[in-house]
Design a protein around this ligand. Structure first.
Ligand code: F6P
Length: 553
């Protein structure tokens, strides 16, 4: 077993947790609540305006001490400080991961290769402000002099999921009447359905691609550009209707976008951490720059909390360690993200990329095979919809599925008793997961309903809910720019904490490259530009033949 990876799992801290898990195996959370009336207040922490109730976890003080000892053993405080200082924590690409600099208020400097990145960020924010102001006050218009009414953001992965989430989340803050559309998929339906809804004279396109090499984004942008050119008869309108956000300025220029219409991205920002940069332009154009700055301020507040709060009161640290507890010691394979707020409906999608692209790794940052499991499958959806779909499996399935419930205290849309109903649904789900229903309770319930003894015998086992299923409840005051910023930053740091414990590089994503390479070989064969039968495996060859037999491409 390679040294460093094995050192983790054979360390006294890891072994202590293994032993402790055996003790905890038969301890019901219900009993822990009964024994300690203070449990809810003792396992409740706050940071950057977000409260975390983590009392419905299979933990005691001993568990927390053991998890914190593991964090100390992994040098978490020093690793966190290195991240925030801008050290090259992305070791395989020798880069910092300075998404925190993107939301820094600008009263300090962080140097990368001698350049103050905070100053560059502030300069870019000023440029964003200018374009947002000009578009919203209509001093910047389309080629025919008409005001822009629609923004089409073309990008994928991190250049799509974050802005889409935030744009939806902050709908109550939309202003100026700008409609925002997102196109990501290489499926032509995505771009064509959006183009059917917009007017070439009043549509601003944002090409969002750090690399400006991503197939989906380039092909969709080419379709959009041609659509505009076809409408105008020439390409004279392209300069007015296209902006790009990229680290590859020559790539954008080759596409026909002037350098002064290009907003920067930097090597030190990972795609899935980029929504705080000019990749957030679609959001800023929809909610205005003041609100965009509030979003950054919320994220910065969480950065400060992560940096300064003691580990035991630190939201990303506690949530990260609880995730490690279930992932590595209880064999939980997945983690559910359950926002009880319609505006946060895309949070699970964004966190899926954030976490699974970051911690979906099999080797340590020094290249040794891991001796333990790394990132879990992240999934979820909005409550209460999920209660009528997959919660059955959470409550009665054979798997342990830790869940995060996320809910605001106040709604933007009071109607009848809906918000109290929503809150009740959220609490009832975490309570049901924790408490469950015993066989005796199921039998008593059936008896009270007047069932015969034979019916009780038959039905009771089906009504048992084992309980003892862990969850966190994250409470926001309301869905605001600040709370959304803080929430997303919380999960970014939680992902980082777990990556540090597992010893992986959370900032690279080499696993996505193979499919891209293979796709380059398959495409010419699908298009008949290369001979058939020259492929690698008979399944792929056969499916290529099947595609070509239709001939409709
Ligand atoms: O395919 C993975 C990925 O590289 C993501 O990490 C990234 O967010 C996405 O593609 C888009 O990349 P780009 O912004 O360079 O187009």
């Amino acid at each position: 077993m390679p040294e460093r990876a094995a050192q983790l799992t054979s360390s006294p801290e890891w072994q202590a947790l293994e032993q402790h898990r055996l003790q905890m195996q038969s301890v019901p959370m219900k009993q822990l609540f009964a024994e300690d009336p203070e449990r809810a207040s003792r396992y409740f922490i706050k940071g950057a305006g977000i409260s975390l109730d983590f009392s419905k976890n299979r933990i005691t003080d001993e568990t927390l001490s053991a998890l914190l000892a593991l964090a100390e053993r992994s040098d978490l405080p020093a690793r966190r400080d290195a991240l925030l200082r801008g050290e090259p924590v992305n070791r395989t690409e020798q880069r910092p991961a300075l998404h925190t600099a993107l939301r820094h208020p600008g009263n300090a400097s962080i140097l990368v290769d001698g350049v103050d990145v905070v100053a560059e960020v502030q300069h870019t924010l000023a440029r964003m402000e200018e374009v947002v102001t000009n578009v919203l006050d209509q001093s910047r218009t389309g080629f025919s002099g008409k005001a822009f009414t629609d923004v089409v953001s073309i990008g994928i992965g991190g250049s799509y999921l974050g802005p889409k989430l935030v744009n939806e989340a902050l709908q109550p803050y939309w202003q100026g009447g700008m409609r925002c559309h997102f196109v990501a998929n290489i499926d032509g339906t995505d771009i064509l359905e959006v183009l059917r809804q917009v007017n070439p004279e009043t549509t601003l396109f944002l090409i969002q691609s750090k690399s400006f090499r991503t197939q989906e984004t380039l092909e969709n942008s080419t379709v959009a550009r041609q659509w505009l050119v076809d409408y105008c008869g020439d390409d004279s309108a392209v300069a007015k209707h296209f902006l790009a956000v990229t680290a590859n300025v020559p790539g954008a220029e080759n596409f026909g976008i002037q350098a002064d219409q290009v907003f920067p991205m930097w090597d030190w920002v990972g795609g899935r951490y980029s929504l705080w940069s000019a990749i957030g332009l679609p959001v800023a154009l929809t909610i205005g720059m003041d609100n965009f700055r509030r979003l950054l301020a919320g994220a910065h507040a969480m950065d400060s909390h992560f940096q300064n709060a003691p580990l035991a009161q630190n939201l990303p640290v506690v949530m990260g360690l609880l995730g490690v507890w279930y992932n590595n010691f209880w064999n939980a394979h997945t983690h559910a993200i359950l926002p009880y707020d319609q505006y946060l409906r895309s949070l699970p999608d964004h966190l899926q990329q954030l976490d699974m692209e970051s911690n979906g790794k099999s080797v340590t940052e020094t290249g040794e095979p891991l001796a333990c499991e790394s990132g879990p499958i992240i999934w979820g959806g909005t409550g209460s919809n999920g209660q009528h779909a997959y919660h059955q499996l959470i409550h009665q399935g054979t798997r342990l599925i830790p869940a995060d419930f996320i809910i605001p205290l106040k709604t933007h849309n009071p109607v009848a008793t809906h918000h109290a109903d929503l809150f009740a649904n959220c609490l009832s789900q975490s309570q049901a997961m924790m408490a469950g229903k015993s066989l005796a309770e199921a039998r008593a319930e059936l008896a009270a309903e007047g069932h015969s003894e034979a019916e009780i015998e038959q039905l009771a086992p089906h009504k048992v809910i084992p309980g003892n299923k862990p969850s966190n409840t994250l409470v926001l005051e309301q869905v605001t720019p600040e709370s959304v910023g803080a929430l997303i930053a919380l999960y970014e740091h939680r992902t980082f904490v777990q990556g540090v414990i597992w010893g992986v590089d959370s900032f690279d994503q080499w696993g996505v490259e193979l499919g891209k390479q293979l796709g380059k070989g398959i495409l010419p064969r699908l298009l008949g530009k290369e001979p058939q039968g020259s492929g690698s495996d008979s399944s792929t060859d056969h499916l290529i033949e099947l595609f070509r037999s239709v001939g409709d491409y």
